[in-house]
Design a protein around this ligand. Structure first.
Ligand SMILES: Nc1nc2c(ncn2[C@@H]2O[C@H](COP(=O)(O)OP(=O)(O)OP(=O)(O)O)[C@@H](O)[C@H]2O)c(=O)[nH]1
Ligand SMILES: [Mg+2]
Length: 293
């Protein structure tokens, strides 16, 4: 039988459910998910392998107008996903205004690969509203096939998946057939900690933070991991640590539990907070953290 393989890139505005869908399609919890916009900062491959095909799903950051260099790099990841896709999944939801970010949509319209327009979060609206939205998108993207889904409730994702498999080009695999992702273990550890920061801290704090795995020692029964939490300003360091260190302690406990589940092993986790002044606008920091332009 002929082998199929291809890149299926998941793009759209912030917070529409790209990572929730990506995790469902790959069957792995590779991307962190929170209710806050700009949760995803990198392009993350989730690879699905069967004897007959290999699908490389790409989760990407939500498209936004950059205010600092970190966001410019995030936008770069999103735009790169337009140019190297075999199939594009443009995700919108029932919450955002459909004409949001027309500029990016114009780029989507110009692509020559099949576009599947996914309307997510249909659990939040009634049938009539959904029909109106479907009509809107039929008109806006006439070339696209439309899939109303609920990623959260796993509704209609199977149909979407089956259509993706049908559309996959004939090709040998791009990655080893036992690969799950392109990212190393360390990446997922730093992402788990960032997710807990998004959940535990308010306002600008999560957006001013980057997590670096500084030391990683694998033991027979336990892994010892030391991470640096970089903040952009002095005042943010105190907020991360909290009164008598309580906030940092809670963060450490929350993150350790999840890292242990992820690795299937006991973990000793040390967290340090460091002021890396204005790191979001400094090329050397961004490069070091894996954000390249
Ligand atoms: N009601 C409802 N909520 C959903 C659905 N799918 C995702 N969400 C919620 O929407 C929020 C954002 O989900 P994410 O998957 O992080 O969205 P994203 O597009 O990856 O966001 P960014 O990475 O920030 O661009 C989370 O609170 C999800 O639980 C859905 O089908 N229905
Ligand atoms: Mg995301």
């Amino acid at each position: 039988m002929t082998h199929k393989a291809g890149f299926v890139n998941i793009i759209g505005n912030p917070n529409v459910g790209k990572s929730t869908l990506s995790n469902h399609l790959t069957g792995e919890r590779l991307s962190i998910i929170t209710s806050k916009a700009q949760t995803t900062r990198h392009r993350i491959f989730g690879i699905v392998n069967t004897d007959d095909y290999q699908i490389i799903f790409s989760d990407t950051p939500g498209v936004l107008k950059p205010k600092y260099k970190l966001q410019a790099s995030m936008l770069h990841f999103s735009k790169s996903a337009l140019s190297d896709a075999d199939i594009l999944l443009y995700i919108t939801d029932t919450v955002e205004s459909p004409d949001k970010n027309d500029e990016f949509l114009q780029l989507v319209k110009k692509t020559e690969v099949p576009v599947l327009l996914v309307i997510n979060k249909i659990d939040l609206i009634d049938q009539q509203k959904l029909e109106e939205l479907v009509d809107y998108w039929k008109n806006e993207l006439p070339g696209a096939e439309i899939f109303p889904i609920s990623a959260l409730h796993d509704f209609n994702i199977r149909n979407l998946y089956d259509r993706i498999v049908e559309l996959l080009p004939v090709s040998p695999p791009y990655f080893d057939k036992d690969a799950l992702t392109d990212k190393p273990e360390r990446f997922f550890i730093s992402e788990i900690i960032r997710e807990k920061i998004l959940l535990n801290y308010q306002k600008e704090i999560p957006y001013s933070v980057e997590v670096e795995v500084d030391e990683y020692k694998e033991g027979a029964t336990r892994n010892d991991i030391r991470c640096i939490i970089h903040v952009a300003r002095d005042s943010q360091k105190g907020i991360i640590i909290g009164h008598q260190g309580k906030a940092l302690k809670k963060l450490g406990i929350d993150a350790r539990h999840e890292i242990e589940t992820f690795l299937g092993k006991k973990v000793f986790l040390e967290l340090y907070v460091k002021v890396s002044k204005d790191w979001r606008d400094k090329d050397n920091f961004l490069k070091n953290f894996g954000y390249e332009q």
